[in-house]
Design a protein around this ligand. Structure first.
Ligand code: MSP
Length: 648
């Protein structure tokens, strides 16, 4: 029989910066559901990728001295980039789409043309307030205190000739879809969409730009590039081969079973995306799930606040499975969750080291000690077993219900009730007392077998979250493929009567909380220091040789009146004529600390005026961002370096 299909997606991430733990949270959750569905026997298509166009990327690339393509390549495929991160986090995506992939570009041009030919895209002029970081135009009424309603940042007036999508035409069918029941979840987000966006009246959407060029060109009107959200949302169908020849499983997997997205992009997925699909005469996805955010001290994680949590640091320190487990166990998926290192360490110690780790190590150690690793076939069941045996049979149903409703944390809660019950069962049955009398051997075998069965079903259910550790633990308790199957997860008596058990490594060692936090802080500081900008594209040796960089001696240095930042330097550059350079480093140095020092400077920059004073060159400094702030160190050279010596 053909397997039932299940198509699940993450949002495609902006490669404008390194990804943080919030992005990893979204991808790990989607991976967990994908693995769970595979376990249940579905033919799963799990898609993730990167959203690589737009003005923000163009600007960031320019600031980094790279082409936009070089810039995104570095973040996506470079060392410790997005692909590396998903590999590290054991993400099981079947496909990875980049919106710069040529097949996607071609499809987008066809999608745009198809909507244009239908009359759903028309040419007009856009006037409005624009938020550059969010790449969104807003109407005055949508602004909050005059700022962007999504990110709270400044917006500016912008005007351009543009194409528009007739979003207004689809207001009614989109509202019906939203109100139909299960399309958008959690249900609380439905009212938010209807009250904030549909009721005030859906306006047509500007879907092309002429003010920048890093986007997919509208092929029938050069100069226009396709609005990045039209480009990005379409990834969910182009990656299956819609209007391209790269793939051919659109018929098989579409409509998607669920698009997993963060709460701030629900609007795009539950209003604009279904309207686009309706225009294309393509069925809408079955579900959009808007999850909550990981926040820090109740606030957003951001580079400028210096509180961005690096998933590499955590995975290195605690192991990938422990990190994945923490993310899935701790935070109800639909709501925001407050991330902290303390919470992470506590979860590892309580759930993984104490509850699960102890159950594995005590059970395997006892089977080794009392039976030499292989159970005898004799049994002696008892009433004391009934509650545990019942839970072995029923936990699967409650677990599955929560997983199917996109609540991995509640599903894990059910598994831990079983694990805790099994630990209590050890205390109740006291195997070490039974072991004292040979006459109890059959009873002891029953107790051990029940524990192994409780472990087996628990590990099968935990495997979508912790694939590697669960596979190792299932090896230890002698579970064959059949014993690992989903069908047998809710059955008792699946392990062989004379199962062989081997005690293995400790899967989740207990952590010394204080020590672990101190180490984490040190690792974070190191990661921030190492988080240097990517290396710029090559220059030729001739280009490099054009820069005249020399050792200069600071003869005089004083603060420039009325400037907080500027210092005025008089320098000996070896030419016999004093040189004046202005440098904005007063925040880092006082004049008296610098007089007499030898530093490095570039001398052949065009002369420019600052605060009415001429500056002829630039002092060289090492600059890094630390805790969201700039940290600067002037390139002071040793005193015996001759003035005028050229840097090469
Ligand atoms: N490129 C768009 C998505 C296009 S999908 C067609 C985008 N990219 S993003 O990189 O900014 O965000 C991707 C996802 O990461 C979003 O779902 C967002 O909610 C999620 N997260 C970003 N920070 C997060 C947290 N702190 N916590 C949880 N998820 C977070 O939006």
């Amino acid at each position: 029989m053909e397997k039932k299909t299940f198509y699940i997606t993450t949002p495609i991430y902006y490669p404008s910066d390194k990804l943080h733990i919030g992005h990893a949270y979204c991808t790990v959750a989607t991976d967990t559901i994908a693995r769970y569905k595979r376990l249940c026997g579905y033919d799963v298509m799990f898609l993730t990728g990167t959203d690589e166009h737009g003005q923000k990327i163009e600007e960031k690339a320019k600031a980094a001295g790279m082409t936009p393509q070089q810039f995104v390549d570095n973040i996506v495929t470079g060392e410790k980039g997005i692909l590396d991160l998903w590999k590290l986090m054991n993400i099981s995506n079947d496909r990875f789409i980049r919106t710069t992939d040529p097949y996607h570009v071609k499809s987008i041009q066809r999608i745009f043309k198809k909507m244009y030919d239908k009359g759903d895209i028309y040419k007009g002029a856009y006037k409005g307030m624009y938020c550059t970081p969010c790449e969104s135009f807003w109407t005055e009424s949508q602004l909050v205190d005059g700022k962007c309603p999504d990110c709270g940042r400044e917006v500016h007036y912008a005007e351009e000739e543009a194409y528009f999508f007739r979003l207004s035409k689809y207001a009614k069918p989109v509202q019906d879809l939203l109100e139909s029941g299960t399309f958008l979840e959690p249900a609380s987000r439905v009212n938010e969409m209807i009250n904030n966006f549909i009721k005030p009246g859906l306006e047509d959407l500007c879907v092309s730009r002429t003010s920048f060029s890093w986007g997919i060109p509208v092929d029938f009107d050069p100069g226009h590039v396709v609005y990045v959200w039209v480009d990005a949302l379409s990834n969910y169908i182009t990656a299956l081969g819609y209007l391209n020849d790269e793939y051919d499983d659109f018929e098989k997997y579409w409509p998607a079973d669920v698009h997993v997205v963060g709460k701030e992009i629900v609007r795009f997925h539950s209003i604009i995306w279904p309207a686009m699909l309706m225009s294309l005469d393509v069925p809408v996805p079955k579900k959009v799930y808007g999850h909550g955010w990981l926040v820090i001290d109740g606030g957003k994680m951001s580079k400028s606040k210096g509180n961005v949590v690096d998933p590499y640091v955590l995975a290195e320190k605690f192991g990938v499975d422990a990190l994945r487990f923490f993310l899935m166990r701790t935070f109800p998926f639909g709501s925001d969750g407050n991330f902290s290192n303390e919470l992470l360490i506590n979860t590892i110690n309580i759930d993984l080291a104490n509850d699960l780790g102890n159950l594995v190590s005590r059970t395997t150690a006892m089977v080794e000690k009392y039976f030499g690793g292989r159970l005898i076939a004799d049994r002696c069941p008892d009433d004391a077993d009934s509650e545990l045996v019942e839970m072995i049979k029923t936990t699967k149903d409650s677990y599955a219900k929560h997983m199917d409703e996109m609540h991995p944390s509640f599903a894990l809660e059910e598994v831990f009730k079983l694990i805790q019950r099994a630990n209590k069962y050890i205390d109740e049955t006291q195997p070490w007392v039974l072991a004292k009398d040979e006459a109890n051997k059959a009873r002891l075998a029953s107790v051990m077998y029940n524990l192994l069965e409780a472990l087996r079903v628990s590990l099968v259910m935990l495997s979508p979250v912790m694939p590697e550790s669960c596979a190792k633990a299932l090896d230890m308790i002698g579970a064959d493929d059949d014993a690992r199957s989903w069908d047998n997860c809710g059955r008792y008596g699946v392990l062989s009567e004379t199962v062989s058990v081997v005690k293995g490594e400790t899967l989740f060692p207990r952590l010394d909380a204080e020590k672990a936090i101190a180490e984490l802080e040190a690792m974070n500081a190191k990661a921030v220091a190492n988080d240097s900008k990517p290396v710029l594209p090559d220059v030729t040796i001739d280009e490099f040789a054009k820069c005249d960089m020399r050792v200069v001696k600071i003869l005089e240095c004083e603060a420039v009146p009325k400037s907080e930042k500027l210092l005025r330097f008089t320098l000996d550059d070896g030419s016999g004529k004093p040189r004046q350079i202005l440098s904005g480093i007063h925040k880092f140095y006082e004049p008296e600390d610098l007089i007499g020092k030898k530093v490095a400077a570039i001398l052949n920059l065009p002369s420019r005026k600052m605060m009415g004073l001429e500056s002829n060159g630039m002092l060289l400094s090492a600059v890094i961002e630390k805790d969201g702030k700039e940290d600067l160190h002037l390139m002071i050279v040793s005193d015996d370096t001759p003035v005028g010596a050229q840097l090469c």
